[in-house]
Design a protein around this ligand. Structure first.
Ligand code: SF4
Length: 361
């Protein structure tokens, strides 16, 4: 059993094992160097390689390194670390349950017995929502499918691209396992970061500092002031689109998009340029409003409105899955920027500069 819990420390039963062994984390971090080392390695490997690295040969050390790793992630407290860490834990669990599922179908022994699909369904309360398999195909209730697929950005996962029948989405085993991986990721991310008691934090300062250093070297905490319109929240994309088409926007809508652009670091000149595509473009008015919002010609620097305000003005449109989890358009953009691959991150301003240069050649 300890092997199973060491392999899948996010399982409810593993959490209970840690609790019933009356393990006091403060004592563990103070006295058990092997656990702290493995926990640190868990987090650093998550950042560098996207998995949790070689497990410790001692199952107890391996199991305890998981709650300690969560403490370390909480101490560093960066959203991007929480996401990368949860993703790496989930990726490792995914590789392991694929191995286990193959093992159960081939040579099963007491020693190798791991997780099977039924156990995973039960763990995530999914038994009622997943039907089949029939001819290798499962069907999953749409209400269960949607939150699990929420962070899978590829088009194939979007509901519009799924042949929905009687409120059920058909998935093959590979897709089902990918959805389970998402369920695990969500469970791991849940509750992170949390407040770490002083007594525990004091013993882990050096390890947290080491992780902060790795994070800084990897330069993952991307600056929000990158302008990538493709990653804008749907509401801001829609407003920008209307301005560029020359449509007249009510004051609150114009304010929302201008404040958003100023908040992601665009200067008045750049905002004016971005709006200029519009034929009936009122440069003077845009300059006046932009300077005002930026606080250049007024005592206040305005922030873009929250999702609740956008909704009340009817400016919240085309909501997508990420919208369900964030309270503010800036939070939406920050998360998309953090999660983007490097090649997706060409700043709009660099593209403009290249075009201007080649036009001048
Ligand atoms: S939920 Fe928020 S971020 Fe999403 S479209 Fe609405 S206002 Fe924009």
């Amino acid at each position: 059993m300890q092997r199973l819990h060491a392999r899948y420390p996010f399982l409810e039963a593993a959490r209970e094992t840690v609790a019933t062994e009356a393990v006091d984390l403060a004592t563990v971090v103070e006295r058990e160097e092997a656990v702290v080392d493995r926990a640190t390695q868990r987090v650093i490997t998550a950042l560098e390689d996207g998995d949790t690295g070689e497990p410790h040969r001692d199952h107890r050390v391996e199991l305890l390194s998981y709650p300690v790793a969560r403490v370390l992630v909480s101490m560093v407290g960066e959203n991007v670390l929480v996401r990368k860490y949860a993703r790496a834990e989930a990726a490792t669990a995914y590789d392991r349950f694929i191995e286990d599922i193959e093992d159960t179908t081939e040579l099963k022994s007491v020693e190798t017995a791991g997780l099977d699909l039924e156990a995973l369904f039960a763990e995530f309360d999914l038994r009622e929502a997943i039907h089949g398999p029939v001819d290798g195909e499962y069907r999953i209730d749409v209400g269960t499918y949607l939150p699990l697929a929420a962070d899978l950005w590829d088009d194939e996962w979007r509901l519009v691209n799924q042949p929905l029948e009687r409120g059920e989405v058909p998935v093959d085993e590979g897709e089902l396992l990918a959805l389970l991986r998402e369920g695990i990721r969500e469970r791991i991310e849940d509750g992170l970061p949390f407040d770490v008691p002083e007594t525990i934090a004091a013993d882990l300062e050096a390890e947290a500092a080491e992780i902060r250093e790795v994070l800084a070297d990897l330069d993952l905490t991307r600056e929000i002031d990158t302008v990538v319109p493709d990653l804008f929240p749907p509401c801001m994309k829609a407003l920008l689109d209307q301005i560029q088409k020359g449509e007249h926007l009510p004051h609150h809508s114009r304010f929302a998009i201008t404040a958003f652009l100023a908040s992601i670091g665009m200067t008045t000149d750049e905002i004016v340029d971005l709006y200029r595509v519009n034929s009936s473009f009122g440069e003077e008015m845009t300059r006046y409003q932009t300077d005002h919002i930026r606080g250049d010609t007024s005592p206040t620097e305005y922030s873009p409105p929250s999702c609740a305000t956008m909704q009340s003005y009817g400016d919240c449109v085309n909501k997508d899955d990420l919208c369900e989890r964030i309270p503010h358009p800036m939070a939406y953009y920050e998360e998309r920027i953090d999660d983007a691959e490097d090649e997706e991150l060409e700043d709009w301003r660099e593209g403009e500069a290249d075009e201007a240069e080649s036009a001048g050649d």
